[in-house]
Design a protein around this ligand. Structure first.
Ligand code: TLP
Length: 348
């Protein structure tokens, strides 16, 4: 079998030829002295894209979120997070082990904590209860199928937190996907938060790197937090060069990934037992339950890979598909055929 369609994640995207040549000729210097011109340019551009005063380049999204948490909070603080958000679900308890802060975990339908519940924590007397130092949001929301959090919801959270002078951090790993789906600029989404982390290494296809953006004062703190986490790099311009291409040339094409995800969802929805609603697919992620197929996610994944499609195992009976630059329209149609056949066979 020659074809392998990799739908595990948009993190699997390879750098474009333009990125590779920009990396080759990047002007570099020691970034710890602020002397890497390419990193400086990437940070300027990133801040501009999300309408913030400053930005700092970090190796990964996980480090970006952790550095933001360390910069906003004090040990012993609470931070409010959605139960399925990446910061809580995947990031190895960094907030607790590195920042000494506790998650207050909230469940909701759309991944955005309920403002009333958030206020309940914020209004507590800090001499008697832990101080709630931060609220984290995620847009688009990965584990909720790449869905967007409506701007109205973000605005309400912002209003509530502002009343108590507490910040909001956005895990905007896929903020440009959210921007397309919401029909706004990324800077509008970021205008409802104090800090934002976004990834260059997902759909934007850079090989490495994420950005944290916020006020100049906050970014100063984030640079110190990055150092604590061992993430201050030297001639990082060779990597940042690809990040510049990612931000200038790769955001518009995310629409193609969204169209392909719709094709996938509409194709798979032919299998009625799956109860997959394509209308809920807003960006580049499709999630479904394998229970109706009487398969575990691992069994489904094994069958799919044998037929040339790689999927991501998202739970015991949950599978995730993520469209990305390295999956063409033709590959998507192929994946639909393969997965529909597999499902029909299993159900017959
Ligand atoms: N997500 C990865 C896995 O960790 C699940 C993926 O394949 O989607 N925030 C969000 C919303 C993310 O989806 C991810 C990565 C991160 C942060 C962390 O970014 P990295 O992997 O650069 O640390």
């Amino acid at each position: 079998m020659d074809r392998m369609v990799d739908l595990r994640s948009d993190t699997v995207t390879k750098p474009t030829p333009k990125m590779r040549s920009a990396m080759m000729s990047a002007e570099v210097g020691d970034d710890c002295y602020g002397e890497d011109a390419t990193v400086n340019e990437l940070e300027r551009l990133a801040a501009e894209k999300v309408g913030k005063e400053a930005a700092v380049y970090v190796p990964t999204g996980t480090m970006g979120n952790t550095a933001a948490i360390l910069s906003h909070t004090h040990p012993g603080d609470n931070i409010i997070v959605d139960i399925e958000c990446h910061i809580y679900y995947y990031e190895r308890g960094n907030m607790a082990s590195l920042g000494g802060v506790m998650p207050v975990v909230m469940a909701s339908d759309d991944g955005c904590p309920e403002p009333d519940k958030v206020e309940e924590y914020l209004q507590r007397d800090v001499t008697r209860f832990p101080r709630t130092g931060l609220v984290c949001l995620e847009n688009t929301h990965n584990r909720r199928g790449g869905r967007t959090i409506p701007l109205e919801r973000m605005k309400t959270i912002r209003e509530v937190t502002a009343k108590y002078g507490r910040p909001v951090h956005l895990d905007g790993a896929r903020i440009f996907n959210a921007a397309h789906a919401l029909g706004v600029e990324a800077r509008e989404i970021a205008s409802y938060v104090d800090s934002v982390m976004f990834c260059l290494s997902k759909g934007l296809s850079a090989p490495v790197g994420s950005m944290i953006a916020g006020s100049a004062e906050f970014i100063q703190k984030a640079r110190i937090a990055r150092k604590r986490l061992g993430g201050a790099m030297r001639q990082a311009g060779v990597l940042a060069a690809a990040g510049i291409v990612a931000l200038t040339e790769m955001t518009d094409r995310l629409v193609e990934d969204h169209q392909n995800a719709k094709i996938l969802a509409e194709g798979l929805a032919q299998i009625e037992a799956l109860e997959l609603n394509p209308e809920k697919v807003e960006t580049n992620i499709v999630i479904f339950d394998t229970k109706p197929l009487r398969l575990t996610a691992a069994e489904f994944g094994e069958k799919a890979i044998k037929r040339g499609v790689k999927v991501s195992l998202y739970g015991p009976t949950t599978v995730r598909l993520v469209t990305n630059k390295d999956v063409s329209r033709e590959d998507t149609l192929y994946a639909v055929d393969v997965l529909v056949d597999l499902m029909k066979e299993t159900l017959s």
